[in-house]
Design a binder for this molecule. Sequence first.
Ligand code: DLL
Length: 431
Amino acid sequence: MIYNEEFETMPREVIKVLQVKRLQQVLERVYHTVGFYKKSFDDAKVKPDDIKTIADMKKLPFTTRKNLRDNYPFGLFAVPMSSVVRLHASSGTSGKSAVFGYTKHDIEIWSDLIARSLVAAGITKNDIIHNAFGYGLFTGGLALHYGAEKIGASVIPMSGGDTKRQLMILQDFGPTVICSLPSYALHLAEEGKALGINMKSLKLRVGILGAEPWSNDTREEIEKTLGISALDLYGLSEVMGPGMAMECLEGREGMHIFEDHFIVETINPKTGEVLPEGEEGELVYTSITKEANPIIRYRSGDISHLITKPCRCGRSHVRMERVSKRSDDMLIIRGVNVFPSQIEAILVDIEGLNPQYQIVIDRVEALDTLDLQVEVNEKIFSDSGSVKELQKIEQRILKDMKDYLGISARVKLVEPNTLKTGAKIIDKRRF
Ligand code: DLL
């Protein structure tokens, strides 16, 4: 099933023409409305007019996460706030977070893209969708919600957490679709089994899973334990959010990137050089229809490759292979993107600590865990009777990690000079 036959099966030459036309329009617009783009294009001595083909895009500078942060909160918006109807944001302390705006038209397009994704998974208005993606500043929950409503399906706005309640609703409401992190789908399956629920007897048929890396082995495990087809959904908030690319039920080999709205390039992450289509590298996205904050050549940090061979589903949009690696040190913990520098920024603000820490990430019962060891400074360490002080520091770290980054951690304070050597980050997870 195809939601938008005209655009999703467009011959590739026609897609390219459409992309160039939309690209030129968006370049003109950002050049004249966003100070950051005017300056970065001027610095690179390129004018919107110079871009006549997709290949010309290499003349344009990249946009990076740092650019977003430097322009926090609204510096990259191309429309007045009166035209913005929704704001989402990444986690982080002030100035370490990024904000994403959407006009009414952006929300319509985004909902259409999710509708396309759901239909690509064989979902119809007769389905009941259990949406366990987080609602809030994270883009997952609301995006899936609007897309599900768009196709007329019944949506349960479950959000994350409350596993026992989720299991009850899965049994009582009989949803046919689950949307969640792949790790959370596995966690639900394991918890359900432990409670004596026959997870295969549920009505679930399809899983729309994404927002974190997962492997084909994990897919098999999810499919086996839940008795569903598990499909991959991809996107990043800086460019739009989920619904930029979706795996189809027929192909099940890579995700179709919705190229009438996004241009994808692959680059060598070290040199920035554009690589031939199909080679592994960092994916770079340009949004060509977004109004509120269009983004030009955004370095996603995601390493993958494009699959250009035609898909049996009939969609002509290029596919991207599963994302398994990053070009930077970003960690995804329970679906939340975190940089070690953000954790560092929290620690630096707390008195009594040395800037030495070690993060150990693991997976227990399918859920990510984060153990943080931090050195206290000499003063705290040598102060007698400071157990209370240590507990206070520990509590503060836990609270700030939860408040600013949205992640729970286990914290252990250690003596000065114990963490100087050794790796700062140990990720024991196998996806
Ligand atoms: O994770 C949007 C999303 C929500 C996608 C729900 C799919 C489902 P961000 O929080 O901005 O947006 O995180 C984006 O997450 O650059 C990838 O590194 C990673 N990511 C997203 N989808 C996948 C996926 C949402 N299917 C970052 N496989 C991206 C692997 C994924 N990694």
